[in-house]
Write a protein that binds this ligand. Structure first.
Ligand SMILES: *[C@@H]1O[C@H](CO)[C@@H](O)[C@H](O)[C@H]1NC(C)=O
Ligand SMILES: *[C@@H]1O[C@H](CO)[C@@H](O)[C@H](O)[C@H]1NC(C)=O
Ligand SMILES: *[C@@H]1O[C@H](CO)[C@@H](O)[C@H](O)[C@H]1NC(C)=O
Length: 386
């Protein structure tokens, strides 16, 4: 190797050292440039980052195939909206409260678990598949967490400082199971009877969190479940109930009614809590748009699941959920993933794909879905979510 070449490599090395310093500086700077030090999330499978599967181990492949390349406790192929939100604010992914190994709560906690409901899982009302970790339990866990943090010396390992509670975002993405789990048995009119309770339980939970120091609340509304492949298969409906996009009109109208009620309750809650910012987040609008015009957003399939069994229009069979194997008609039937989840809105008939979640998260981060208007950019340097 010649002298010139050696010099060249020495200079290159220096550049690389400077570059590394700059990168680490900009990383720590971006970290510091967010008013929100953490996120406390309350929810169901749509935002569960591993809580349910920590409590009840499973979570088989192909979940996680796209981003994590292995099961990551999430009921989707990659990242959830909550993951993208954390990334956008320059925060790490949220650890589940129930996960005893490897969790880091310095930037918040995720209390969400798959199949959680807002209302208590009343055994006569919610029959099967409902998580014991309802919103009331998640709130109890939050209180316990704050109690522990308040008692800890500053800088305790993997715990935040005690001022994190005023300096965090509180996010809610829950209510879907209250809405859907009794639809088949009680019908829309039966479910509508207890929806006011769902909404008022969300409001009272916000008020309790306000009492703990919470000031900024983002509440994601209910998705257009009338477009979900699972619902299209499981809920009886006439062909005339399908709209031009293949979604069930009556169920989607009931979702719109629920969302109006939620929005009004949040407006009232906001008035009751003068120092709080309570924001209704219209994720429903984006999901509906994705189901109706997947092609406009770089996707291909709306009401057809990527991971399922049976093929056909919906590729969903309630006997064999994504990743499961069951004997059907004397044969082993396995619900496998499609090779191209990036082309689908629906991962498994219920949950959105990473591709859909990314579109939704981008729209949240750029402030288009907040009512009343709210600018995250005002509080944080929003990071690209790649
Ligand atoms: C459970 O639901 C049933 C039917 O709506 C109701 O009559 C009953 O009071 C509920 N029980 C509890 C403990 O909430
Ligand atoms: C289904 O697969 C299991 C595991 O590979 C095997 O033991 C069983 O015999 C198969 N059943 C049928 C009906 O093919
Ligand atoms: C926000 O993002 C959505 C989806 O990416 C886009 O359609 C919309 O134009 C953006 N709005 C603003 C204000 O940037």
């Amino acid at each position: 190797m010649g002298v010139l070449q050696l010099k060249f490599f020495a200079i290159l090395r220096q550049f690389m050292v400077i570059y590394a310093i700059l990168v680490s500086l900009s990383a720590s700077a971006s970290y510091a440039k967010c008013t929100f030090e953490g996120i406390f999330n309350f929810g169901d499978s749509n935002s569960d980052t591993g809580g349910f599967w920590a409590a009840f181990p499973a979570c088989p492949l192909p979940n996680g195939m796209t981003y994590f390349k292995k099961p990551a406790g999430r009921a989707t192929d990659g990242r959830l909206i909550i993951d993208f939100l954390a990334q956008g604010l320059g925060l790490p992914f949220l650890s589940p409260y129930l996960q005893s190994i490897g969790s880091d709560f310095r930037h918040g906690v995720n209390f969400a678990t798959l199949a959680s409901t807002v209302l208590l899982p009343n055994t006569s009302l919610f029959v099967t598949g409902i998580s014991p970790f309802s919103l009331a339990i998640q709130l109890q866990q939050m209180k316990q967490f704050k109690h522990i943090v308040d008692q800890q010396p500053q800088g305790a390992k993997n715990l935040p400082s005690a001022d994190i509670f005023e300096r965090s975002l509180y996010t809610f993405y829950i209510g879907q199971n209250d809405f859907t789990s009794n639809l088949a048995s009680l019908g829309i009119s039966g479910v509508k009877k207890y929806l006011p309770q769902v909404v008022s339980q969300i409001s009272s939970t916000i008020k309790e969190l306000y009492g703990l120091g919470g000031r900024t609340f983002l509440i994601l509304n209910l998705a257009p479940i009338g477009c979900y492949p699972s619902m299209l298969v499981e809920l009886s409906h006439k062909k005339s109930d399908l709209d031009a996009f293949g979604c069930m009109k009556t169920y989607n109208n009931a979702v719109v009614d629920y969302n109006s009620m939620l929005k009004e309750a949040l407006r009232q809650t906001s008035q009751d809590l003068p120092k709080a910012t309570v924001i209704y987040v219209d994720t429903h609008a984006v999901l509906l748009e994705l189901f109706q015009h997947p092609q406009c957003h770089g996707l291909r399939y709306g009401t057809k699941a990527c991971c399922g069994y049976g093929g056909g229009e919906y590729n969903f069979d309630q006997r064999v959920f994504c990743a499961a194997t069951k004997v059907i008609n004397g044969k082993n039937a396995t619900a496998r993933a499609c090779p191209d989840p990036q082309n689908y809105v629906s991962w498994d008939g219920v949950h959105a794909t990473e591709a859909a979640n990314k579109v939704i998260a981008n729209t949240i981060l750029n402030g288009s879905l907040f009512e009343p208007r709210f600018s995250l950019q005002q509080f944080c340097d929003i990071q690209p979510i790649g």
